[in-house]
Design a protein around this ligand. Sequence first.
Ligand code: PLP
Length: 407
Amino acid sequence: MSKSILSAREDFPILSQTINDLPLVYLDNAATTQKPQAVIDAISDYYRTSNANIHRGNHSLAIQATQAYENVRKKVAAYINAASAEEIIFTRGTTEAINLVAYSFGEAFVQPGDEIIVSQLEHHSNYVPWHLMCQRRGATFRVIPFDENGELDLLALQQLVNKRTRLLAVNQVSNSLGTVNPIGQIVKMAHEANVPVLVDGAQAVQHTVHDVQAMDADFYAFSGHKMYAPMGVGVLYAKRKWLEKLPPFLSGGEMIDQVTPEKVTFNVLPYKFEAGTPNVADVIGLGAAIDYLNQFDFAELEAYEDELLEYGLGLLSEIPGLKVYGNPKKRSAILPFNVEGIQHYDMGILLDSKGIAVRTGQHCTQPVMDALHITGTVRASLALYNNHADLEALARGVARVIRLLKR
Ligand code: PLP
């Protein structure tokens, strides 16, 4: 039987803290989620019992640590339904995963006059690396706009794709508006024109059922710390055919086969893309986070979070002068808003004084803010341990700030 979602909150020790003498209401989960005790224990157990450098050692601890690390690779592959564990590359996070592809793919496949398409809804980490790659390779950077609901304009995408398009990079869920993009349809449109797709799953992999084979993405990137795992570890999934063709991104120890003054040959997959000593402890923490998440029924988890989101949107929409941004057909876990006449930054500081943690500003999506003609938003974002009481506290907190500043 799967674990009850309502029992999740007690697994996260940090949530029982007080902030400014009030119970913590943590609604900044899109920035990073809190960690369950099982993840915290897995990291400290690793350092207490198994710490050793992996792959190269032949003593017992090295073998134990290597096995633990490689087991997590298999868990990640199963979690996202990759065809094989060799298609899983550990990185520092989504940002590094996307940079890896932007560098390696750019070097191998992008020539002057070629084109790269990204969406206007992207986090800077799925925007800037492509911008820079276009500058390095003499390619043209194209952008799919979004409409007044915060949805991507797929007709515009259709018109942007052409024979010079080398790659499309798009997120599954927008971190500033929460739009759930129709990834299946987007991948299909791109593949019909022979264009590979990189999907940024940083705001999706912890909330929705995930299957990279069904999605048919060529590349899929995500961060551990947004899915209850530690900071400093992330994943690049890539179809084997691409990993075989791409040159390495970082080079050094472990990623090589032969090294002579004349030439260097590379290790097999996935090690060709994992130069140097990896972040073993946090990879093991990621494995513990996946074990933790696997206790829940994901369809139930998604329904629970969707209901929470609707409840929160309902409460916020009753507050006079409050505007929620975007109205996509499907939204996930993000409540972006502003109150007329109140700076988002001031709202954030005053909510914090009541123990309520939200994020304010551009959320690393300046192109989104520019399109909305605003300097930023207040963003409340949800995780599986949030509940109605958190959203009621948020609504009360916002109403209090309005009373305070508009008196
Ligand atoms: N992509 C999206 C959609 C995000 O929300 C974030 C972080 O907020 C990132 C990429 C970057 O993730 P990281 O900083 O963990 O590399």
